[in-house]
Design a binder for this molecule. Sequence first.
Ligand SMILES: [Zn+2]
Length: 88
Amino acid sequence: MRTILAAIHTIITMLYDLLFGCVHRKTTFPRSVRRGERRPRAAQLTGMYVVCVKCGKEFAYDWDEMRVVTNEEEFVHAREAVEAELHS
Ligand SMILES: [Zn+2]
């Protein structure tokens, strides 16, 4: 029974990771992407990234919105909305 619960917990954690990036909430202070560094593609767009202190996963960080970008499309969409507002 205990192993089944552990397996279910692992599956839920994996699904959460897939949907939201990772289950951990604690990340480093945003760092800027340096030229030539291999970073997540979204981080190349925002120019900043944070690292999960628990699992070491890297996430793009949007400094203007002050939040982690877990979905690249979401970021592009948000950026387009901001641009449209600026030019209207
Ligand atoms: Zn994590």
